[in-house]
Design a protein around this ligand. Structure first.
Ligand code: HEM
Ligand SMILES: Nc1nc2c(c(=O)[nH]1)N[C@H]1C(S)=C(S)[C@@H](COP(=O)(O)O)O[C@H]1N2
Ligand SMILES: [Mo]
Length: 352
């Protein structure tokens, strides 16, 4: 039972994780839905919630099998060796994967390597060894269901107690964290790393303007937006404000699992690109005033540009965009991870 739940959680993590990966590193032929606008909020919310649920499930699973992990003789046959080898890889990859993912969501990055690359690689190892494990155990699984799913051994009462304890523990960790992406559960989110309403203008921030070293450049009276396509234009903030303004409600959905809706007002990216005669199938690169940092640039592919809700936002709520949220201008688009919603935008350029 616990193994089944754990398997489902891992496969949910894998599917939603791949979605997040390819949004950030699309292959040439890929296009992503911008509808419903909360799709990434949903997929990454599921990722972090099922990932968090997998932690007590994994501990419970290891508890139920650990005497067998050290059974003797270590190896009985080649088949047995393959089976144990795949279990060793499965256990170590899953432990690492869950632990790494979890501490990433609490903004702790103790390693010198890229979290994303290692987490991506380990995802394939975890799921690959899980599938091998299921294949090896298939005869046992089939036999179990032939017997109408009746547990083959053990005392009913203690099994049930253990299962209840595991379910309660899993339910508790999910209930006390999932409010970071499901806002009506926000008040129960006592253990969640992020509180969705806490921050300037009621919205959390990840990187601050000071950390990004843009305090001077973003507030400079000389700031201009450069839009480069077949033609090039530079627009001051006043000129941007004089263009048609549109209002949208869209969330910031951070890869780390918190999400928060907000009302944004600004200029449509599509209309900005029309000013410079950009072809409709173009992909553009957005660059920030920020000099370095992983998130100083992002790409907008045609499906996001075509969507009328994709804005260069100048306002948040009824106020000028706060500097922590990207003043003078930031990208906001439906269905994208927060990491791609570039703040302190300086240039929008059509890719060659
Ligand atoms: C076996 C379980 C898991 C699998 C198979 C898995 C898989 C993945 C994959 C494939 C990605 C995309 C990485 C990329 O962009 O290249 C991802 C991203 C992510 N995962 Fe997991 N994951 C698992 C568990 C967890 C857990 C337990 C957490 C936290 C509680 C977590 C948190 C994250 C975060 C925060 C990201 C976004 C990273 C970023 O884009 O910067 N994952 N995961
Ligand atoms: N230039 C720049 N834009 C950025 C970032 C950054 O570090 N630099 N962080 C991104 C991340 S990870 C998130 S979740 C969102 C958060 O937006 P907010 O701070 O306005 O809530 O901004 C994104 N835009
Ligand atoms: Mo983020």
């Amino acid at each position: 039972m616990i193994g089944r739940l754990l398997g489902i959680a891992v496969l949910c993590c894998f599917a939603t994780g791949l979605y997040s990966h390819y949004l950030q590193e699309p292959l040439d032929w890929m296009a992503f839905p911008t509808q419903p606008y909360w799709i990434y909020r949903l997929t990454q919310g599921i990722h972090v919630a099922t990932g968090t649920a997998a932690i007590p499930l994994l501990l419970a699973k290891l508890w139920t099998v650990y005497p067998r992990l050290f059974s003797w003789p270590m190896i009985k046959s080649i088949r047995h060796a393959v089976e144990r080898g795949s279990i060793a890889i499965l256990v170590s990859a899953t432990v690492l994967q869950l632990f790494m993912g979890f501490i990433n969501t609490i903004k702790w990055y103790p390693w010198p390597f890229s979290f994303r690359q290692v987490h991506f690689g380990l995802a394939w190892v975890t799921v690959g060894s899980l599938l091998i494990h299921i294949a090896v155990k298939l005869p046992l699984i089939v036999e179990h269901w032939r017997n109408h799913g009746i547990p083959s051994s053990g005392k009913g009462w203690s099994r049930r107690g253990f299962l209840t304890a595991t379910t309660v523990a899993t339910g508790l960790v999910v209930a006390t964290t999932v409010g970071q992406s499901v806002n009506w559960l926000g008040r129960a989110a006592v253990l969640s790393p992020r509180k969705p309403h806490v921050g300037p203008q009621g919205l959390p921030i990840n990187r601050t303007a000071a950390q990004a070293d843009v305090l001077a450049t973003a507030t400079s009276a000389k700031w201009q937006l450069l839009v480069r396509g077949p033609r090039t234009v530079s627009l001051s903030l006043a000129e941007l404000e004089a263009l048609p303004q549109h209002k949208v409600t869209l969330p910031i959905s951070c890869v780390e699992g918190w999400s928060q809706n907000a009302d944004w007002t600004g200029v449509r990216i599509r209309e900005l690109l029309e000013l410079v005669d950009t072809p409709t199938n173009a992909t553009v690169t957005v660059s920030s005033l920020e000099r370095d940092g992983h998130y100083r640039t992002s790409e907008l592919s045609p499906e996001f540009i075509r969507d009328d809700r994709t804005l260069l936002a100048l306002r948040l709520g009824n106020e000028t965009l706060h500097i922590e949220h990207g003043y003078p201008a930031r990208i906001i688009a439906p269905g994208r991870p927060g990491v791609l919603q570039t703040k302190w935008v300086q240039r929008i350029e059509v890719n060659e």
